[in-house]
Design a protein around this ligand. Structure first.
Ligand code: ADE
Length: 406
């Protein structure tokens, strides 16, 4: 792969000579050319910036040196069967750089990177470039760096390690964070029992068992748990929840509150009828309380796939949170499935989803259900919950607990 980088700080790219990337260059896998933007200036000060039209803080990079340098890059060499490079412009205002973008870019024969500095590059540079080559404006993350060089180092590393021959053991590319949409499982090496200055730290026993099936299951569960805890936005729900795959599962927003309240009234109505004079909290809850709870709990809203662009029907929900002032307890509540979709395993999957969202501090799952809801008791028993000792949270309720496995 050929890589051209345009910058006003060529020395910034020196790390591309090191480690696996440096070796890939020496092995001829990666052909890197760094260009100094100032070489295309004509004034004695080698100026590349000027004040912004319309006023405002900072300086803007002028178009002429950029246009000349990009044209020079294009003239400088064809790579493979590509006559022009794909130009990547790092910018905090770009589309997010992801592992799948790295994979797509790794399949291209020729990439060029344009490192902006100051307040940005004159917009006409993008027009000039787009008339000649594909252009992608890409952000490393939601923060602002001083310029594109650090972002280019990160992107070139993420891309080039996917090129055949750069990483020795290709298998290690498969089982890592962001492959398969999940974060990586924790890894351990010798010693199996490590005396950390008086504290004994042991490797999870399953890893020493030699049972490859059990190890694979444990690792998958760890990947799910980590992803739910650190990056719930990544959680591919179909990975946890088979029958939810064709439904749309999202974190609820306050805009879902009215539908959540309607569904919860429908789902708890039978319990309300059977419960005599107890107050059944899901029936007593007001719209305002449901709306507030959406902000305080991790609430999942499950809808049927939308048809014709609108929202699908809200058919199920669950909410979970760390118990206030007790980081060891994860409370699950308002587990509900529309009556016409009950009995298909959806509730079980939503319960697993709530449990998977518990942070590492949690050792106990906890929930409460109505004393009269015999069907619920069987359901939670099968899921591993048992009666909690002591008085229930409110009259007519049964509190249930389950130790977090592993
Ligand atoms: N240049 C400045 N900030 C950046 C960011 N967050 N990502 C990519 N390029 C940048």
């Amino acid at each position: 792969m050929r890589v051209d980088v345009v910058t006003i700080f060529p020395e910034y790219l020196a790390p591309l000579d090191l480690s696996l990337i440096g070796k890939a260059r020496r092995d001829g896998i990666l052909d890197v050319h760094v260009h100094d933007l100032r070489d295309a200036t004509e004034d004695p000060h080698r100026t590349v910036d000027d004040g912004p039209f319309g006023g405002g803080a900072g300086m803007v990079m002028t178009p002429q040196p950029w246009a000349e340098t990009l044209d020079r890059v294009v003239r400088g060499g064809a790579s493979g069967n590509a006559a022009v490079p794909h130009l990547v412009v790092p910018s905090p205002g770009g589309v997010p750089f992801t592992q799948s973008m790295a994979r797509r870019l790794a399949a291209e024969p020729w990439l060029a990177f344009a490192c902006g500095r100051y307040e940005g590059v004159d917009e006409r540079v993008y027009e000039h470039a787009a008339a000649r080559m594909p252009v992608s404006i890409v952000s490393l993350g939601d923060y602002v760096l001083n310029g594109g060089e650090v972002a280019v180092l990160a992107m070139v590393e993420a891309i080039s390690r996917l090129l055949p021959g750069v990483v020795g053991n290709a298998e290690s590319l498969v089982e890592e964070s962001h492959e398969g949409g999940l974060l990586e499982y924790p890894v351990y090496t010798r010693p199996a029992r490590w005396d950390d200055a008086g504290t004994l730290r042991e490797v999870p026993p399953v890893l020493l068992s030699g049972d490859h099936g059990a190890i694979a299951a444990w690792r998958h569960e760890q990947r799910l748990r980590r992803t739910a805890e650190r990056r719930p936005d990544l959680l591919p729900l179909s990975a946890t929840v088979g029958s939810l795959a064709e439904l749309d599962v999202r974190l609820a927003t306050p805009a879902d509150a009215a539908e959540l309240l309607v569904l919860q009234r429908a789902c708890w109505a039978p319990e309300g009828l059977a419960s005599g004079d107890w107050v059944v909290p899901p029936l007593a809850e007001t719209l305002e309380e449901v709306r507030a709870a959406v902000g305080e709990w991790r609430t999942y809203a499950v809808r049927t796939a939308s048809r014709g662009g609108g929202l699908g029907r809200l058919v199920a929900s669950v909410r979970g949170r760390v118990r206030p002032r007790d980081p060891a307890v994860w409370e699950t509540a308002r587990l509900m499935v529309a009556p016409d979709l009950q009995g298909r395993g959806l509730g079980r999957e939503l319960l697993a989803l709530s449990e998977a969202a518990a942070p590492a501090s949690v050792t106990t799952y906890w929930l409460t259900t109505g004393v009269v809801a015999a069907q619920n008791h069987r359901f939670y028993r099968r899921a591993g919950y048992r009666r909690a000792p002591g008085e229930p949270t409110y009259p007519g309720a049964v509190d249930l607990v389950k130790p977090r496995p592993g």
